[in-house]
Structures are given as C-alpha cells and as structure tokens.
Ligand binder design. Structure first.
Ligand SMILES: Cc1cc2nc3c(=O)[nH]c(=O)nc-3n(C[C@H](O)[C@H](O)[C@H](O)COP(=O)(O)OP(=O)(O)OC[C@H]3O[C@@H](n4cnc5c(N)ncnc54)[C@H](O)[C@@H]3O)c2cc1C
Length: 386
C-alpha cells in the first residue's frame, strides 16, 4: 500500500501536521520511534511567546497566539494553555538596557509590551519575585501550555479525523528513486509514500543527509528541574535578560525550570527512548538553582521532584527550516527550532501541511529556506525566554 503522506516524528511539529492534513481530508501516517512527545516536545518548558522573537518568526508567533486560546476546544483535548504573560527580568542596570532594547523591538513589531522600571511594579503583577531584582518587561499576551497534554490532544484529534499514528517504529532511512522520494525504511521493511515530512527534531539532519540535504544543526543540552506541586503563585513565564534561565509554574502546581546550556557532543545514537534518558549536567543545575533563587527566593525551600536533560536543535541563525525545496521531490523538512518551536507548533502544522500538499503557506518562508546556510556558519547561542 502506498501512503500519500508519511510524517516522521511524534513531537508537536509532526502531530500538528498530521492534524492539519487530516482536517483537509488526507490520511497521513505518523511514525514515531519512541512515544509521543518523547523528545524536545516533552523536555520543553512549554512557553508560548511572541515577545523577543526574531522579526522573521513574529508573524508565525502572532498567528500561533491567535490559535492557542481556542485549541483545547478545537482539538477536544487538554492543552493547559494559559495566557499569563511573560516577565523578562533584569537583575542589574546593564540587563535593564538589554530588556529595554527588547521592549523597543517588540513594540516596533506592533506587540503590546510594558517596561516595568520599578521592582514594586514587577511585584504587583508577580508578588513572589525577589525585591532584589532591578526591573522587567511584561508581555501580557504571552503564555504557556502543558506540552505532553498538547501533543496528545493534537494526536488524538488527528486520529479521529483519519490519521494513523504508530509509536515504537523507527525510520532507519529515506528511500528515493531518481530524485523523487518513494518511502521510508523501517526494521519491518519499506513503507511507500508519495510525500515524506521529516519532523524528527535533532535526528532530522542524519535522516536527510544521505539524500545530500544538508541542515547544519548543532545540539545543545539544556538542564531542567521540576519541583513538587505547590499552591498556585505564579501566572507568568519568567525569563532573565541573558536568556539562560526560564521557568513557570505548571497547571498541576509544579515549577519547571530550565537553562544553563552547553554544547552536547555525544553520539545521538546513544539516546535511549525514554523521556529521562538524557543526563543533565549536575554542576550546571546547581548553578541554575542559584540564579533561580536570585529571581524567586522561595526556590531555596522547594523540594525538587525530578531532573532531566533536554536537547535543542540549534540552527546557525536561530531560525527553523521549513522547506519543500530540498532538491528531492516529495521531501518536506522541518528542523532547527532552536529552543522555541513549541509555542509556534500549531502554525508549524499548518505550514508543513501546506508544503506537503503543494499549497502556498500564508507566511513569508524565505527566511526559513534550507539554502540560506553556508558551510562556514557557526550556531547562534540558545536563548531561553519561555
Ligand atoms: C529544555 C527545553 C526547553 C524549551 N523551552 C521552550 C519554550 O519555552 N517554548 C518553546 O516554544 N519552545 C521551547 N523549546 C523548544 C521546543 O520544545 C521544540 O522546538 C519543539 O518541541 C520541537 O518539536 P518537534 O516536533 O520539531 O521535535 P521533537 O519534539 O524533538 O520531535 C521529534 C520526534 O521525532 C522522533 N524521531 C526522531 N527520529 C526518528 C526516526 N528515525 N524515526 C521515527 N521517529 C523519530 C523523536 O523520537 C521525537 O519524538 C524547548 C526545548 C527544550 C529541550
């Protein structure tokens, strides 16, 4: 049997694409080597943000923020989305200058964002924040969502509309003839397909590389810890001006905190298929904890429930690749989300569904072309702001 469209990857990019295709009457097949949200889409902080985005990504982020509030009802499943805002904290006058630049750029892009110059103003909106910080920006329309719930909601909605999702199936390679894709290889043989969408996160370059499609991604390790459940006390996603710490309180009361990034140079094949299979750097977690206490003093007394490492597909310019112009007919690629692909996930699905079916997406995709890279580029540092 030949499938119209096979999608590799059961993260938010893959399942939102399956949902968008199924809505349009297609019956896509999703192949996921592990379980849904097993990698970045489960490791993530879960911030949904427009503020501080690269101008090229802003139209996507704006469109995503339009969709998030209605998504749970649309998908008939939980997303845990809350539009609690994003507070970007300055701890020093120097950091305040950086924040003010973000405020100016964000306003210039037409997004409503406040600069709160006095710590009392910051503590009026988030009383748990330390009186020792300097100032902050506040974007009211940013927010956060629960990642595993959201991916599950997309997947179940896609299945109800006719998509098929197979977990525990690893794609070992792509199959093509005469410059045209014709399927994917698995341990059980080739699955034939007219079109293949590769949304396999950090594994995408290795899958498309043999077809001479080069995506220059480096892998960054970010460290995450989660506390036990606590009383609700924080609505916003918190980031710091340096972009190397972000946290939020989940809908179940647990705080989830991430940051202290380092380049990860291990063999990708060493990653097992469970959520907790990537080891965080404990020294960095300790450092991160110290910075977190500077921003939210009660972290000092919170009991930590779980720690994990998360890997980020970092592109040279910090922007993703969305491309059907890969040089291989029928091959569509999405990768390089650089630590901010969860919030725009619902729009990624729309874009990839368009590319897979030959429609023109309603966004300028020029900044996301695969051909924009040259071999000499190095990757931009990861910045985490939720
Ligand atoms: C710690 C951390 C914090 C983050 N914070 C934020 C944030 O606050 N806001 C934000 O917007 N973004 C954030 N991000 C980034 C965001 O989580 C990712 O950009 C997004 O989840 C990427 O989704 P994806 O579906 O493209 O990739 P993934 O979720 O990685 O999905 C790829 C899937 O493909 C599967 N796969 C891989 N190879 C194969 C194969 N050969 N065969 C079959 N299946 C395969 C994998 O198992 C995986 O499930 C964060 C990321 C991390 C790690």
């Amino acid at each position: 049997m030949k499938h119209d469209i096979v999608i590799i990857g059961g993260g938010i990019s893959g399942v939102s694409t399956a949902y968008e295709l199924a809505r349009r009457g297609f019956k896509p097949l999703v192949l996921e080597r592990s379980s849904l949200a097993a990698m970045a889409s489960g490791w993530t902080l879960g911030g949904v943000r427009q503020s501080g985005r690269h101008p090229a990504e802003l139209p996507l982020a704006l469109a995503a923020v339009q969709r998030w509030p209605g998504l749970a009802e649309e998908l008939e499943g939980e997303t845990g989305y809350r539009q609690g805002g994003n507070l970007r904290i300055a701890r020093t006058p120097d950091e305040a200058l950086r924040i003010q630049q973000v405020v100016e750029a964000t306003r210039a892009a037409g997004i409503d964002i406040d600069y709160l110059p006095m710590v009392d103003d910051v503590r009026k909106v988030a009383p748990v924040i330390s009186p020792g910080i300097h100032s902050a920006s506040l974007c009211h329309t940013d927010g956060h969502a629960e990642p595993v719930a959201t991916v599950t909601a997309f997947a179940r909605a896609a299945e109800r509309l006719g998509a098929e999702i197979r977990t525990g199936v690893e794609v070992t390679g792509l199959s093509s003839t005469g410059g045209k894709i014709d399927g994917v290889r698995t341990a059980d043989g080739v699955i034939s397909a007219e079109t293949v969408v590769v949304a396999a996160g950090i594994y995408t370059p290795a899958l498309v590389g043999p077809l001479e499609v080069d995506i220059p991604i480096t892998v960054t390790l970010t460290n995450v810890y989660q506390t036990v459940s606590l009383e609700p006390q924080l609505d916003q996603v918190i980031g710091v001006a340096t972009g190397n710490l972000a946290f939020r309180q989940q809908i179940d009361g647990k705080f989830r905190l991430t940051g202290a990034n380092t380049v990860w140079e291990h063999d990708l094949r060493s990653i097992q298929t469970s959520h907790d299979s990537v080891q965080p750097v404990l020294a960095n977690l300790v450092r991160l904890h110290g910075v977190a206490i500077e921003v939210l003093p009660s972290f000092e007394m919170m009991r930590i429930n779980r720690v994990w490492g998360g890997l980020i597909d970092q592109s040279p310019d910090g922007l993703p690749v969305y491309s059907a112009d890969t040089g291989v007919d029928g091959l569509v690629v999405a990768a390089g989300f650089s630590g901010h692909g969860f919030g725009i996930g619902p729009v990624t699905g729309q874009i990839l569904a368009d590319l897979a079916t030959g429609e023109t997406p309603p966004f300028d995709l020029d900044p996301f072309r695969i051909q924009r890279f040259t071999s000499t580029e190095t990757s931009a540092p990861v910045e985490l702001h939720g």
